[in-house]
Structure formats: C-alpha cells, structure tokens
Write a protein that binds this ligand. Structure first.
Ligand code: CDP
Length: 244
C-alpha cells in the first residue's frame, strides 16, 4: 500500500468512510451496453469517478497468422489509460502496470468465453480508461463482459468484478483511490455469479485468515451487485426499458 496520509480520516466514529459511504456500500455504478458503432460490441461504465469505455471486435482473422490456434479462438485484451485520466499526466506509452492489468483481465475473462466455438479466430477487447479513481481493473473487467455479450460472443456467464479491502482495521467494500493509497489492503475480485466461480483474485496488503475470508465474501457481495447492473444494461439495450 502507498504512503499514509495522516490527515485523512478513512473511517469516522460513526463508521462513515472518507467519501461518505458505509463500510458495505459500493460507489455509484452506471453501466451502458453499446455505444460504439464501429465495434462489434461495446459498453461504458461509470464506477464512482472511474469512466471507462470498452470496444470488442471479432471473432475475426488473426494477424500474424502463426498466432492463431486451429483448436480454439484466442482472446486479446488491451487495457489503456488516457494520459489525462489521472491527476498527474500519464505517459501514453504502455506502462508495466497496463501490461499487467491487460493480462489479468484477459485471464479473468477466458473462463467465461467459449473460445472453442470459434477456432482460428481472435476476439479483441480494447479498454480505454478515460478517468481513473481506484478500482479501474474491476470496472474495466465488468464493462468488458458486457461488451463481449453485446458482441454476441458465446459465454458461460458474465464476469462481474468489485474490490474489497481493509482500511482503518475494517473490511470495506469497493476501495476508492484514497483508501487504496492510505488503506491496509486491496483485493480486486472477478466472479461469475451463476457459476459461483472466481476468475480474478489479487491481494495487495496483509490480512489475517479471518479477514481474508471476510474480504472475499464482501468482494463477492459487491460482484453480485455489479452483475445485476450488467444484466440491466443488456436488458435495456435489447428490450427497451428492461420490462419486456
Ligand atoms: O485502478 P486499479 O485499482 O485497478 O489499479 P491500481 O494499480 O491499484 O491503481 C489504483 C489507482 O491509482 C488508479 O485507479 C488510478 O486512480 C491511480 N493511478 C494514477 O493516479 N496514476 C497512474 N499512472 C496509475 C494509477
């Protein structure tokens, strides 16, 4: 975890966090399916102050050809942060962090996507972070699942993602940027709710076994909230107001 800001009160005497939330309360989440007309599927997510757009292309031919697999399709993921997405301008060149996040999101999506249904082809997922405020990998992974579904890619389930963590010695849901910097632990989780399978679990920080268990349960609770909003986004696009 980053250096501590001693002036920041992460949890006050009433159990209220630095952004006004309760310990088990996620930030405001808005998910929209579609939006990019040149993509085969797309989605936009606002997760607190995170703003992320995802475009999916494919299944399509693989170039260079030797990267294709005759038995199965391949998934390629690029997570990219706009230079203006963070307070201190980010170099537009891919950073180690972006390469790592691209890899973990790809590996978190692979168990959900039925790659064997489209051998020799590739599905490309392009993630553009327009504004970042802690938890972009979870928000991006959730939006990528919706974009894949919007593209009609056969899937076993959608991956919903949310982080849990520890700040002021308390397990909290959905870690924001301040809590990530000054808190004690951050645990991003990707979860397929219908299949009850975790596809992403990272941990930055130190937890006792009991805290670890509570953190996983809290994160999964957050994923289930996100899952409902993912389904709502697709229902709204394909069935109007979601009531049909
Ligand atoms: O975004 P996520 O929590 O998945 O990944 P992280 O590596 O833990 O980054 C936490 C946060 O740090 C990001 O969401 C950004 O708000 C911020 N960050 C930044 O300010 N400048 C960067 N070059 C990278 C990240």
């Amino acid at each position: 975890m980053g250096g501590r800001d001693t002036t920041l009160v992460l949890l006050d005497e009433n159990g209220i966090r630095c952004d006004g939330r309760k310990v088990d309360e996620p930030r405001r989440i808005m998910i929209k399916a579609g939006g990019l007309k040149n993509a085969d599927g797309s989605a936009y997510i606002e997760f607190g102050d995170n703003k992320i757009i995802v475009g999916v292309f494919g299944p399509r031919d693989v170039h260079p050809k030797h990267m294709s697999n005759t038995d199965t399709g391949i998934l390629r993921v690029r997570y990219h942060m706009e230079p203006f997405s963070v307070t201190e301008r980010k170099n537009p060149a891919p950073s180690r962090r972006e390469i790592e996040i691209s890899k973990v999101i790809k590996e978190a999506l692979e168990p959900a996507v039925m790659l064997d249904k489209f051998p020799r082809t590739a599905v490309d997922v392009f993630i553009e972070v327009l504004q970042a405020d802690g938890g972009t990998r979870c928000a991006a992974l959730s939006a990528a699942s919706v974009a894949l579904a919007d593209a009609g890619i056969p899937m076993r389930d959608m991956v919903a993602a949310c982080a849990a963590g520890k700040a002021a010695d308390t397990i909290i849901l959905d870690v924001n940027n301040e809590e990530d910097q000054a808190g004690q632990a951050d645990m991003p989780i990707g979860y397929m709710p219908s299949l009850e399978k975790i596809t992403l679990l990272q941990l930055d920080g130190v937890l006792t076994p009991a805290e670890y268990k509570k953190c996983v349960e809290t994160g999964i609770h957050g994923c289930k909230i996100v899952y409902e909003l993912q389904k709502k986004a697709l229902t709204e696009k394909y069935f109007g107001n979601g009531e049909k």
